[in-house]
Write a protein that binds this ligand. Sequence first.
Ligand SMILES: Cc1cc2nc3c(=O)[nH]c(=O)nc-3n(C[C@H](O)[C@H](O)[C@H](O)COP(=O)(O)OP(=O)(O)OC[C@H]3O[C@@H](n4cnc5c(N)ncnc54)[C@H](O)[C@@H]3O)c2cc1C
Length: 425
Amino acid sequence: MQIPEMGDSLWYRTVGEPVVIDPDLTENLQSDVVIVGAGYTGLSTALHLAEGGYSVAVIEAKQVGWGASGRNGGQVIPGLKLDPDDLERRFGAALVETAGATADLVFSLIEKHSIQCEPRRAGWIQGAHSPRALKALNGRAEQWARRGASVDFLSAAETKALTGTDVYCGSLIDRRAGTIQPLGYARGLARAARQAGAQIFGKSPVLSISKVPGGWRSNTAGGSVSSTHVVIATDAYSDRLWPGLANSFLTVRSIQMATKPLGKIAEEILPTGACVSESRKLSYYFRRDAAGRFLIGGRGPMREEKSAEGMFTALRSAIQQRYPAIADCEIEHQWSGKVSLTIDQLPHIHEPAPGIHIGHGYNGRGIAVSTLMGALLADRIAGGPMHSLIPPSPLQAIPWHRIRQPLLTAAIGYYRLKDALGFGS
Ligand SMILES: Cc1cc2nc3c(=O)[nH]c(=O)nc-3n(C[C@H](O)[C@H](O)[C@H](O)COP(=O)(O)OP(=O)(O)OC[C@H]3O[C@@H](n4cnc5c(N)ncnc54)[C@H](O)[C@@H]3O)c2cc1C
């Protein structure tokens, strides 16, 4: 069985925002800014810049939302991977506050542009699989609550009442979070960006970026766009376009499956509609969709040619452990996508040459942060007040990248085996 891709996804089959076939780039054009990649990072940058009066050309290798933005779990979670105290110590209180408001940013854009993406703000539960994890979650909840965020610690009984499963010894609930239909959100951002004046080109991989007087020229097989600024928004789908970028992070595959609509039993599973992920190293994440399907995701095989069958079996067992009542229910969709991991678990902005801007590195939690990243990149180009929130860092290849990638794959296998043998991770 080949690893299923975007076309197999639930989101592709159920998206409410209509598809727009963007034209290929077949001319030599000029604009203030070129954006490479039409995921949330690129589209949010395009929207913010176009609304600010800049001429913008988004150039996408395939179609809007073809990367992680059209395939993810749709869990809109505020904050970054680091705990707020740690983040504040390293980057200051303003970044913690802004990162804490990223879900607000997503849901306000959805409302402002009437994006059809099944938005629901029923919170996110992070379930603890061990007493040690429980302590860490308790600390995280306390740090957010101290800052006035609607985040609480839940006992095992409270967690069971909200998740319908008793596998967790407690949890954190973040009520700022919610869920969306991810491809609908990507298409809606694209629609809003087009309406604000941005041009979007599809099926046009950018093959090279060359230096020209006054800026850069982004070249595709059929044409080019010259611009003062280029934003590279390709994240885990980065190819060799900009030297060193693809080696500055590691890539893992995340796989997902969705059941058929469950009818009444869906209300026993996640009765309030909250989404869930787990504290363990090989975390599963799950939620319901608007039609009452149960969706679950987790780590999958990295190599394209490797069979994904075993990994989908692992997702099946995860359903059985958490929700025996639906263990045998029919699976309608299976799909996968790529996630970028940075060594420090933080997103990065790089500016490797004047006028070149790169925003990436969301570590599997990118819906809200990449939307913010777009606003920050637009602000850097416009010289606005937000732009110093994430200071640019040098673009550096991860040492021993070629060795680390297979080591990461081996580590995933190790933790999966521990899980299968019942030792947790
Ligand atoms: C299966 C899965 C589940 C996830 N679940 C969640 C979740 O529940 N919550 C959450 O917050 N995050 C989640 N994430 C992470 C989140 O989806 C990403 O962080 C986010 O979508 C990244 O957006 P992006 O725009 O930076 O990149 P992408 O959406 O990946 O877009 C990059 C685009 O660049 C294009 N591109 C690449 N090279 C070129 C080129 N040379 N020329 C032109 N175009 C090019 C690609 O075709 C692609 O469309 C998940 C990710 C995956 C894969």
